[in-house]
Ligand binder design. Sequence first.
Ligand code: PHE
Ligand code: NA
Length: 518
Amino acid sequence: MEQRDQWATKIGLILAMAGNAVGLGNFVRFPTQVAQNGGGAFMVPYFVALFFLGIPVMWIEWVAGRYGGKYGHGTLGPTYYLMARESLKPRSALWLGVISGMLAFSLTVLLNSYYLHLIGWSAAYSWFSITGAYFGQNTGDFFSNYLSNHGEVFLFWGITVILLSIAVGQGVSKGIERWVKVMMPLLYIFAIIMVGYIFVLGSPIDPNWSTIDGFKFIWSPNWSYLGDHLWDVMLAATGQIFFTLSLGMGIIQNYASYLGPKDDVALSGLATVSLNEFAEVVLGGSIAIPLATAYAPKIVPADVLAKGKSEALAWIGQKFGLGFSYTSLPNVFVSMGDAGKLFGAMWFLLLWFAGFTSAIAMYNYLVALLEEDLNIKRSIGTWIVFLIYFIMGLPVVYISGYMDQVDAWVSFQLTLLALFDIIVAVYLFKPDNFWKELHEGAWMEVPGWYKPIILYIAPILLLLPLVGTFKSFISGRIGIAPWTAIIVMWIIGFIESYYSIKRKYAEELEKNEVIVKV
Ligand code: PHE
Ligand code: NA
């Protein structure tokens, strides 16, 4: 049998996994969640969720991925079939594999339909910053003009996705690994430079407003807010942990499938979490919010500003979000004068790197699916995926509201798939097998008291984001176009997973007897 591709170096693997996790979530979504959930009130449940949900599910996905890789699989369908088969007869295990594979396939396509456009926006805005295109203009109008200029939107989307396909087309060790080895260090360096600058910034335009206001807002635990909004803050914190660590997608498993059978997963999984959290809490938390408070007089409307500081802070909290990065922050860069061109370019390039290295992982999932499940050569598969991304990205550009509706669904489906992680890769695979696999070749020993956390506490905590995302999903209305996209992707994902498992394991499915290991 042909040797499957494997990570060439440990550092390459760790950077690739960090690149997978570190994304727009760290620099945009995290500050947004903090700002909208009472600042410091958010941080306590956030760390609770990290410890009791994030780390366990990260380990589960690493274990599952390496296990699938042993059998030549980097996709969830066949991998979860094999794991479920430890407790179930092959024909029942088949259905768990098929559903997991279907969820993972449809998630990757749906999420990328807009994620890639968001990354394209940052590419465009890096350019607009360095050339000073929005300087001296109303940044809100500039942004909507940009979005309605479809040629330009597709240009920057195209540059981004062509670079992605080149990287993925070169394979895992010769392509992805080499690209992230350049991009991830640059990402951290850019972020550290920006944070350093913000730390010495103080009060750049108005003695009443400083970066300290932002840091205080994030880091003073706000117990009374937490007490009043406990449930909502918990939902938001668990949801953020989940999203930021790239869990529930099948892409951590895909990267882990390129490990050797005895390569460490325990310490490496923890390293992934640590690198992501550093980029989120330390770096992501020290850029957008402190910048917004230091320049509040430039971005908060005068009538709100007149009502006082806490009103102005509340306004910033409300306004935070994706649009904030493209409309309010550019005003900050403009106030910095010429230095702002460079600073702005750095911010948007940072977002571009962060998004790119997450998108590369999702891209590889689909190429691996074509390669391993359907025997389509990587060089051809890469361009098939390009075409799928292009077509699925069209409604994002042409149908207003489409992106938010698909996003609401995707957030829910992510947590649903994580539930399958726990059910299949821990319970059906059998907890003892799981624990043994976690320690196979491990560079650290996970303390025994962590086992019940993985078995009982993580699944209970997972119910929070599951309920939370479902709630926000049903509170919006999903139109006919997003539903069509979702259902068509399910059908394709279903057929694909079914076929890929049948093709490889026809014989044992025919017999349908519990596989006894010797
Ligand atoms: N973890 C990424 C981020 O923080 C988002 C992501 C989620 C990427 C799921 C891929 C899959 O932005
Ligand atoms: Na992240």
